[in-house]
Design a protein around this ligand. Structure first.
Ligand SMILES: O=P(O)(O)O[C@H]1[C@H](OP(=O)(O)O)[C@@H](OP(=O)(O)O)[C@H](O)[C@@H](O)[C@H]1OP(=O)(O)O
Length: 445
């Protein structure tokens, strides 16, 4: 009898353990100690965290990884740093909040699937995003910039100094958008905290430099206001890969296929991405996508960036001529920090011929682009940063370029820290041309 009671107790205990594990493993997963990263987090594109690009930061947000950076000889000293930085983690824009709300309402109203996550979405999760959030910076975004400032002090201790701050040799420039202004304020706070000082440090709004795309008439006419400029994106969203994602979503929710659109699956993917990026949760929304779905969603996002901000149209990169020239015009500052958008960085990186695949991204070659170089989540996650350093060496001035705190070798050059003169030779055509007024002029021909 005793043996039977003991066996029963063990069986019940075992069943409880299994069912607890099954529940947590199939839905939103909270761990009291570590953040559980959604399996699809690497596919969030421009909605992705900076930590997904530099995973060592997850354990120590102030760590710097010297093995990722190539320095010139120790006889060289840093004389100038330009840092062009995307704002930190933000809320969704209003257009996406509205899509997310619509999808949430559909799931709550119509979904009858028996996935554990669906019951969590229907019984626990509440739509908390409101239109007024519209792309504003979140607390995590302030942290992104505060921490980046403190890491840059560790990377450049001879440039980011109390003396340079107090003598006006550190300049802060920002886009007028609230997420950029607030990121720059957070960056400044991180700087003061890292240097352990309190000092006056003005920030200057400069949209001609940080939002040049708004003022480039040819870009506005030929891309921003021209729906056909993103035809590849539209075709992909209407194509077989996206259709399969939509079908699988309808099957998981057990709703009519016709009620799931490409906007629905994008909204669901954004709910997953934003819940993780903003609250560091692994939300039930992420369980509605498998890895293949996530790769398709990532490619749709990359197609948008490619055709609207990068190699898709020449004017995309040419619209950044003003920022390109500014990069080679060394203000009297020791450090220039410029805070903008993904669309501030991507055209400039394109103008420098960086992240260029041999085969253009199109609506019909997803299957062969799995190993593409152009992955927006790797290039411009939240707080992405392009660092251009000038070094004074016995042999002359050298230039080092880093993206997201990793050294980059400029295309056409072999030295990871080339002579400045060689860089200027490599980009001579742009330095002698690439006149903003000329390239942005609408050809009335
Ligand atoms: O899809 P949304 O509305 O989020 O697109 C945003 C841009 O976000 P991104 O596509 O880069 O994730 C936003 O860029 P950000 O760097 O400021 O986040 C951009 O400023 C905003 O206008 C939206 O871009 P769109 O091209 O107008 O859709």
């Amino acid at each position: 009898m005793v043996k039977q009671v003991v066996t029963t107790i063990c069986f019940v205990l075992f069943h409880c353990i299994i069912s607890y594990w099954a529940f947590t493993s199939s839905c939103s997963i909270h761990s009291s100690t570590k953040i559980i990263i959604p399996a699809v987090a690497r596919y969030f594109g421009t909605k992705g965290r900076y930590e997904e690009v530099n995973a060592y930061l997850i354990d120590d947000i102030l760590a710097i990884n010297n093995s990722l950076v190539t320095l010139p000889s120790s006889k060289c000293s840093e004389i100038h740093l330009t840092a062009i930085i995307r704002h930190g983690t933000r809320y969704p824009t209003i257009k996406n909040i509205q899509k997310m709300r619509e999808f949430y309402d559909l799931v709550v109203r119509d979904a009858t699937g028996n996935l554990n996550c669906l019951s969590e979405i229907k019984s626990q999760w509440k739509m908390w995003y409101t239109d007024d959030m519209d792309g504003r910076l979140v607390d995590k975004g302030r942290e992104d910039h505060r921490h980046l400032a403190q890491r840059l002090i560790k990377w450049f201790p001879s440039l980011l100094t109390e003396e340079n701050v107090r003598h006006g040799r550190v300049k802060l420039i920002t886009s007028s958008k609230h997420r950029c202004v607030n990121s720059t304020i957070a960056f400044r706070e991180g700087l003061m905290e890292g240097l352990r000082i309190e000092a006056e440090l003005e920030l200057a709004v400069n949209d001609a430099l940080m939002r040049y795309f708004d003022q480039c008439e040819r870009f506005v006419k030929e891309v921003e206001n021209n729906k056909s400029a993103l035809q590849e994106v539209k075709s992909f969203n209407e194509g077989p890969e996206m259709k399969r994602v939509m079908e699988k979503m309808a099957d998981r929710l057990v709703v009519p296929f016709a009620s799931i659109t490409d906007d629905s699956v994008e909204a669901g993917f954004f709910l997953c991405a934003y819940e993780f990026a903003i609250q560091e949760l692994n939300p039930p929304w992420c369980q509605l996508f498998d890895e293949v779905d996530a790769q398709v969603m990532e490619y749709a996002g990359d197609l948008k960036q490619y055709w609207k901000r990068s190699y898709g149209h020449e004017i995309n990169s040419k619209s950044s001529c003003i920022l390109f020239h500014d990069l080679f015009h060394h203000h009297c500052a020791a450090v220039t920090v410029q805070v903008g958008h993904a669309e501030t960085l991507l055209p400039l990186l394109t103008l420098l011929d960086l992240f260029k695949d041999d085969i253009p991204l199109s609506s019909t070659n997803f299957a062969t682009q799995h190993n593409r170089i152009f992955r927006s989540g790797k290039i411009v996650p939240y707080a992405a940063n392009l660092l251009v350093v000038l070094y004074k060496c016995p042999e002359g001035i050298r230039m080092g370029v880093r993206l997201n705190e990793k050294s980059l070798t400029l295309p056409g050059l072999t030295d990871p820290v080339p002579m400045y003169e060689d860089v200027k030779k490599r980009y001579r055509a742009l330095l002698e041309g690439c006149d903003q007024e000329t390239v942005c002029k609408i050809n009335n021909s």
